[in-house]
Design a protein around this ligand. Structure first.
Ligand code: AMP
Ligand code: MG
Length: 403
């Protein structure tokens, strides 16, 4: 197995991943999906000049001298509510009662808010002046016809859903979600409904990977557990190949029963096996069987978790059509000194927080490849570069944000 850097492995893998395709979904199902079209406004929002306040539509010049001690009296000639328009044109000396969102009547150029006015029969006493355009929201001030409002490749958040509704879109093109088969391996690994005896452990990787797939936007397909023999492995992999992408955990290392490599090699044309210069998560298998990308992740739970983050998640984002494949990173100041040997890039489960105008970061407990608790306590992965040996307390490190 040759040793390869994280970035190189990632680039090689991403080069093999294709966009799955487009589907149309109702807006109510679009949250979290990746937009597969550039969305352009077909309407102005708001459609016309309208009032930002409940109050009185006025001509600013008429009330330029108004104050609480010297109110200006205007005649109230009508009313306009949201959803209605008036044909009347305001003349000098007149005001019109107006509600928030109602169109500004012709002739008016400002809205005096209700709190600065006192109604008295069919007149209103204006207790303050108003500037031209005050409390008026302009037609198209949010978006104008032809404006590009959301770019293809954007994962849709709630405000995007609002923007799509603003322009009346009830159906939207999004990336199809790839199905991802999850296959665990190991004679010691048990389904959750079994009773562990002696050295047996539950299939935590299978469930964690399914959750990682789901949170990356894919559709997990739980295949179960293959025993440590080539026959069972090949059978289960063959079944898993019905999915768009296959992810397995365990059996890729150098032990006597690490048979994923030999099984995949027997099944596939182009399987690659690497030692990636990273910790946790050194062994990694990747390649295609037929047209299907297959990832053989290491079995240690934190290795499996971190390898998914670095290699599978960006691949799923690419298949979904995301423009941004990586997690956001921040620079954060270490709260204590960390050390390691050079030669591998380390990912440390860590807790990052915002403090005094900057991010700080603290490794979350023990960092062993079997210490899943630290990953569960973490909201980030600290990137400790390959050749670095020490990052001192108070120095900055790059952190990938997990949420
Ligand atoms: P392997 O890569 O198969 O040698 O596994 C490395 C370590 O990860 C061993 O201690 C396994 O018991 C453990 N392991 C493998 N698969 C799983 C799994 N699905 N869930 C939890 N632990 C696992
Ligand atoms: Mg194993």
């Amino acid at each position: 197995m040759n040793t390869i850097r994280v970035q190189e492995a990632r680039d090689k893998i991403l080069g093999e991943i294709q966009f799955k395709g487009v589907e149309r979904v109702p807006l109510g199902q679009a949250l979290g999906r990746v937009l597969a079209e550039d969305v352009v406004a077909t309407l102005n929002n708001p459609p016309m000049d309208n009032s930002a306040m409940d109050g009185y539509a006025v001509i600013a010049r008429d009330i330029q001298s108004a104050s609480p001690d010297h109110p200006v009296k205007l005649k109230v000639v009508g009313e306009v509510a949201a959803g209605y328009a008036t044909r009347d044109t305001l003349q000098s000396g007149q005001a019109m009662r107006i509600m928030t969102g109602a169109p500004i009547p012709r002739g008016a150029d400002a809205v005096l808010m209700q709190e600065d006015a006192r109604k008295d029969g069919d007149v209103v006493l204006c207790l303050d002046r108003a500037d031209v355009a005050e409390n008026i929201r302009r037609a198209g001030e949010d978006v104008k016809v032809g404006d590009e409002i959301i770019k293809r490749g954007t994962p849709l958040r709630p405000a995007h859903i609002g923007m799509l509704a603003v322009t009346g879109r009830s159906q939207i093109a999004v990336g199809q979600r790839p199905t991802v088969a999850v296959l665990s391996t190991g004679d010691e690994v048990l389904e959750l409904d079994a009773t562990p005896q002696g050295p047996q452990i539950f299939n935590s990787n299978g469930h964690m990977l399914a959750a990682q797939i789901q949170s990356a936007g894919g559709v997990p397909v739980y295949v179960g557990i293959a025993r440590d023999n080539e026959k069972d492995l090949m059978e289960k992999f063959a079944w898993a190949l019905q999915a768009d992408i296959v992810v397995s955990s365990g059996g890729v290392s150098v032990g006597d029963y690490d048979l994923v490599k030999s099984s995949l090699q027997k099944m596939g044309q182009d399987m690659l096996f690497w030692k990636v210069a990273m910790k946790p998560g050194k062994p990694l298998a990747f390649g295609r069987i037929g047209a299907t990308p297959v990832f053989g992740l290491p079995g240690n739970p934190v290795s499996s978790f971190v390898s998914f983050e670095q290699f599978v998640r960006p691949s799923l984002r690419k298949a979904l059509g995301c423009s941004d494949l990586s997690r956001k990173t921040v620079q954060a100041k270490l709260t204590r000194t960390i050390r390691k040997k050079p030669g591998r890039l380390h990912f440390l489960s860590c807790v990052v927080s915002w403090d005094d105008g900057g991010y700080t970061v603290t490794p979350a407990g023990e960092q062993g490849s079997g210490i899943l608790k630290s990953a569960a306590d973490a909201n980030g992965l600290l990137v400790f570069p390959l050749d670095a040996e020490e990052i001192k307390q108070g120095q900055s490190a790059t952190v990938q944000l997990l949420d």
